[in-house]
Design a protein around this ligand. Structure first.
Ligand SMILES: Cc1cc2nc3c(=O)[nH]c(=O)nc-3n(C[C@H](O)[C@H](O)[C@H](O)COP(=O)(O)O)c2cc1C
Length: 338
C-alpha cells in the first residue's frame, strides 16, 4: 500500500470521480468502492456496474460487496476477479434496514457459524485477497468482532477494517478505541484497520496509539478535508509538516470533482449527482447563502463554471474555526427504521 491512510467508503460520495481527485492530492493508500449488492452484479444491473467503475489511476482499490447468500457472494467475487479486481471487501457493517433486513451488512454479525462458513467459502472462491469491514458487534451485549476477527484470520482473510461502533450505536456516541484494540489483540498477524471519527492528523495519531492498528480508514473526515491523507502521511509517516489547503485550493478541488464527474457521466447526470455533494462543499467553503443555494441547484456546466468563477472572486466569510463543520447525513432515529 502506498500509505497507511485509507479512504473508508461513503456510499453516494466516494465514487470514482471523488477518488481520482482525492488521489491527486497524495497520501491516500487504499480506497474502496461503495457497497455493491452481489445479486445486482450477477444480474448485470447497470447501477451495480457504475459502482464498480474504475481506471488505472484509481489504484489500489477494493470492491466492496454485500448480501446474505454465500453462493451469490462467491459468484460475484469470481466475476469481479475475472474482470481484474484486485481486492474483494465484504461489508459486514452496514446498519441500513434495506441491507440488514435481508441478512446482509451488520446482520451477519449476529450469525456466528453461518457467517464464518460464508467467509471461508468466499476466501476459497477466489485467488485475490478478501478483506472484511465490520463493526464491533450488534450491540454492547454482543461484541463479536474479536471472535470474528480470529475466525476470519484462520479462514484466510487478508485484513479487517473495524468501525469502532456497534450496529445499535449507528453513527451516534463516540468511537470505542478500546474495542478496536481488543480486535487487534485477537488476531495473530493480519492487519487491522481502525476506523471511525478521524477528522484530523491528531485523531489518526490517537487511533494508532490507542489501538495498535496497522492502518486507519478515514471516511467523513476525508470527504470534508481530502488533504488529510497527505497531511497524515507527511506528519505521521515522515515526521514533517504540510500547509493546510487555502480557500482557492478548496474551490479548485470542487471544480475538478465536478469536471471529473461530467467526464465520467453525462452533463445532466453529473449535475444531479453533484447537488448532494455540493451542499457540503458550499458550507465548507463558507460561501454566502445565495451562492450555496445556487450550487445545489446547478443545471448545467456553464452555470457551474460561472459559479466557480464567482467563488474564486469571493473571499470566504470569516467564521470561527470549526463552527462551520458541514454535516454529512447519516441515518438517525430509531435504527429499526433506517
Ligand atoms: C453516508 C455514508 C455512507 C456510507 N457507506 C458505506 C459503504 O458503502 N460501505 C461501508 O463499509 N461503510 C459505509 N459507511 C461507513 C463508513 O465507511 C465509516 O465506517 C463510518 O462513516 C465511520 O468512519 P468516519 O467517521 O471516518 O466516517 C458509510 C457512512 C456514511 C456516513
Amino acid at each position: 500500500m502506498p500509505s497507511r491512510f485509507f479512504l473508508a467508503p461513503l456510499a453516494g460520495y466516494t465514487s470514482l470521480a471523488f477518488r481520482l481527485v482525492a488521489r491527486e492530492l497524495g497520501g491516500l493508500g487504499l480506497a474502496t468502492t461503495d457497497l455493491v449488492n452481489a445479486r445486482s452484479l450477477l444480474e448485470h444491473r447497470r447501477r451495480a456496474f457504475e459502482l464498480i467503475e474504475t481506471c488505472p489511476e484509481d489504484r489500489p482499490l477494493a470492491v466492496q460487496i454485500y448480501g446474505p447468500a454465500k453462493e451469490e457472494l462467491c459468484a460475484a467475487a469470481q466475476m469481479l476477479e475475472a474482470r481484474g479486481v484486485s481486492i474483494i471487501d465484504l461489508n459486514m457493517g452496514c446498519p441500513a434496514r434495506k441491507v440488514v433486513r435481508g441478512g446482509g451488512g451488520s446482520a451477519m454479525m449476529r450469525e456466528a457459524d453461518k457467517t464464518v462458513a460464508l467467509v471461508r467459502a468466499l476466501v476459497e472462491s477466489v485467488k485475490i485477497p478478501v478483506t472484511v469491514k465490520m463493526r464491533l458487534g450488534w450491540d454492547d451485549a454482543n461484541i463479536t468482532a474479536p471472535f470474528f476477527a480470529r475466525e476470519f484470520e484462520q479462514a484466510g482473510v487478508a485484513a479487517i477494517t473495524i468501525h469502532g461502533r456497534t450496529r445499535e450505536q449507528g453513527f451516534g456516541g463516540s468511537v470505542n478505541r478500546a474495542g478496536i484494540r481488543a480486535v487487534v489483540e485477537a488476531v495473530e498477524r493480519i492487519p487491522i484497520i481502525g476506523n471511525g471519527d478521524i477528522r484530523t492528523v491528531e485523531d489518526a495519531r490517537t487511533m494508532f496509539a490507542e489501538t495498535g492498528c496497522a492502518a486507519v480508514g478515514i471516511g467523513r473526515g476525508g470527504l470534508l478535508d481530502p488533504w488529510i491523507f497527505r497531511q497524515c502521511e507527511a506528519e505521521l509517516a515522515r515526521g514533517g509538516k504540510t500547509a493546510p489547503p487555502a480557500y482557492e485550493d478548496r474551490v479548485d478541488f470542487m471544480a475538478r470533482h465536478f469536471e471529473k464527474l461530467m467526464a465520467l457521466r453525462t452533463e445532466k447526470v453529473a449535475c444531479v449527482l453533484f447537488r448532494k455533494i455540493a451542499k457540503w462543499y458550499g458550507i465548507a467553503l463558507r460561501a454566502p447563502r445565495p451562492m450555496r443555494h445556487r450550487l445545489v441547484m446547478i443545471k448545467d456546466a456553464t452555470e457551474f463554471r460561472a459559479l466557480i468563477a464567482e467563488l474564486r472572486a469571493t473571499r470566504p466569510r470569516a467564521t470561527a474555526a470549526g463552527s462551520h463543520e458541514p454535516h454529512i447525513p447519516v441515518p438517525s432515529g430509531p435504527n429499526e427504521r433506517w
